[in-house]
Ligand binder design. Structure first.
Ligand code: HAM
Length: 544
């Protein structure tokens, strides 16, 4: 395909995408004015708000970015982990923090539940039912909560006493004694009190999942620290806009266990910047900060002081910040409201309130980043929106992203594994917003060359068809991209199709070629043709 054809094809895709996005936006802005879609009987489905399809022109770049992550992270000794896409809601509530926006209002949560447990129809069936409930709890089909266990124990107790049921085991329910009926009623009440399902959430991030996996698989027994990375979709019910989606993708890495040596923080950040560099991301800016640790002589003391100062200026703040004075004063520092900026500039700064150890740790992280040639600037307002952070926090912005310009965020979270029920464990990590990374690369003009087929096989006649199949098999197993048309095309049409697909060569197989055993290979860029045997063709292509 000529550069001109490629540009035309890309423009065509972009036009289609633009039109689709505009129609969707129009509908979201004012549903009553939207163009009528197909009639109700022929409903045309569209992606759900905040989600999107990634089409082949885009996925080439996505694959390239992901491949680069595999390679770069591998060179730093990280192994890939693939946690599930949904987990117990409690994991995120505890891990990410109940007061965060993510847990408070953005998670996709549902109850994964059994249908109602049926009422047993005979006395015997009660026994079977109790056995079944025990089995369901053991296999966690029914949540193994304390309430469910207590209910089960009580049911078993009643059943095992057994005397009241003696001699009536086979009796239909209507025929049993009053005394027995009362006991059965208690069992039914207990049964109906059981929790039938577990609350599940689509993961809004993966750090909590990785910590859960570290604990679940006893990774503290492995040589420490354990270095893991992941990539995949995350889900947050945010207001969609450029660079912000409800299903978005992250590429993240976590280091768990081992010491909290500043070199670990610095090497992780170095890896991140190396990755961005390899991707060709432009205009990156790394901001760092230390938010200390939760102690009175460190962050807790600072937060108290901050709250005190914020209360003095409460009337001048917006409603969100006013609320946060009580719930989480640190988040006021995140505010983007224009009129709050001069006020925030006068607030006390955490760097002046860090304890000696956190101060020393932060200074050492900065020294180590200098040693590695990693450029950064300090941002005392960088507190991050998740509860688990302590000490080092960092964020990277990139060009071309508008207001959603944070392409990566991360930090240290030494208490998280313990909070989730594991042993005391140090931890630090980051997550890159892959959608934003791709957007920034595209805005910077980066798009890997579109890959058309290497060889388009223009076969003519049934004799040639068998040979064409063989040629396709040979070339594909040698790693070439081959297009074998499913139906016979006239010579001119075949060459036109090959050219539209952006194929480098057309392999022409007609009666002459089959008879002579010499195949015609046409270079579509310069129209040169040559005759080659099957073996010579393979050798020729492999040498290119
Ligand atoms: P986060 O700051 O919530 O951190 O998200 C990391 C990155 O994910 C953001 O900088 C942004 O690029 C991207 N992102 C977040 N929400 C969206 C969205 N709705 N649409 C598109 N991109 C989005 C975390 O998730 C932490 N787990 C990072 C971490 C790992 N900290 C330690 N280890």
């Amino acid at each position: 395909m000529s550069d001109q054809d490629k540009a035309a094809k890309r423009a065509q895709w972009e036009e289609i995408n633009r039109a689709k996005a505009a129609a969707k936006q129009k509908e979201q802005d004012a549903p009553e004015n939207a163009e009528p879609r197909a009639s109700a009987t022929h409903k045309q489905f569209q992606t759900v708000r905040g989600t999107r399809d990634l089409l082949p022109l885009d996925t080439a770049l996505w694959n390239h970015v992901e491949q680069t992550a595999h390679e770069v992270f591998g060179t730093f000794g990280f192994g890939e982990i693939r946690p599930p896409i949904f987990e117990a809601t409690e994991l995120f509530a505890r891990g990410v923090g109940g007061d965060t926006d993510i847990v408070g209002k953005e998670m996709y949560t549902f109850v994964d539940r059994l249908e109602k447990l049926p009422n047993p129809s005979s006395l015997e069936a009660y026994g079977a039912f109790i056995e079944q409930a025990e089995e369901l709890i053991a296999t966690e089909e029914l949540p193994a909560t304390t309430a469910n266990r207590l209910a089960l124990d009580r049911m078993k107790e009643i059943w095992d006493q057994g005397n009241v049921f003696k001699g009536q085991d086979e009796a239909p329910i209507e025929k049993v004694d009053q005394e027995v009926l009362e006991e059965l009623h208690t069992i039914v009440v207990l049964k109906d009190s059981m929790e039938l399902g577990q609350s599940i959430s689509l993961r809004p991030e993966a750090t909590a999942s990785v910590c859960r996996a570290y604990i679940e698989h006893n990774m503290q027994q492995l040589p420490q620290p354990v270095k893991l990375y992941y990539m995949g979709p995350m889900f947050r019910r945010e207001r969609p806009q450029k660079g912000r989606y409800r299903q978005f993708y992250q590429i993240g890495a976590e280091i768990l266990g081992g010491p909290d040596a500043p070199a670990i923080d610095a090497e992780l950040i170095e890896m991140l910047m190396t990755f961005f560099d390899k991707c060709g991301l432009q205009g990156t800016e790394l901001s760092i900060n230390s938010i200390g640790h939760a102690a009175d002589n460190c962050r807790r003391g600072y937060v108290a002081k901050l709250r005190e100062e914020l209360l003095k200026v409460k009337d001048k703040l917006g409603t969100d910040s006013q609320r946060r004075i009580e719930t989480n004063p640190l988040r006021v520092l995140d505010s983007k409201l224009e009129h709050e900026q001069p006020i925030i500039a006068t607030l006390p700064r955490i760097a002046d309130h860090l304890c000696d150890e956190c101060k020393t740790h932060y200074a050492a992280v900065k020294r180590d980043l200098d040693l590695r040639g990693v450029k950064y600037h300090e941002n005392w307002r960088l507190v991050r929106g998740l509860d688990y952070y302590m000490r080092t926090t960092f964020e990277i912005t990139a060009q071309g992203l508008g207001s959603q310009n944070a392409v990566c965020g991360g930090g240290r979270y030494d208490g998280l594994v313990e909070l989730l029920g594991g042993p005391p464990t140090k931890g630090i990590g980051f997550a890159i917003g892959e959608d934003r990374l791709i957007l920034s690369l595209q805005e910077g003009g980066k798009a890997p060359a579109e890959q058309g087929p290497d060889v388009f096989i223009a076969w003519m006649g049934q004799n040639a068809y068998a040979t064409a199949i063989r040629a396709a098999k040979t070339l594909r197993s040698a790693g070439f991209r081959v297009e074998l048309p499913a139906t016979e095309l006239k010579f001119g049409k075949a060459l036109e199709r090959a050219s539209k697909l952006g194929s480098r060569f057309a392999l022409i197989l007609g009666d002459n070629e089959i008879q002579s055993g010499e195949w015609t290979l046409k270079n579509l860029a310069n129209a040169e043709q040559q005759k080659l045997t099957e073996q010579a063709l393979l050798e020729y292509l492999q040498k290119l």
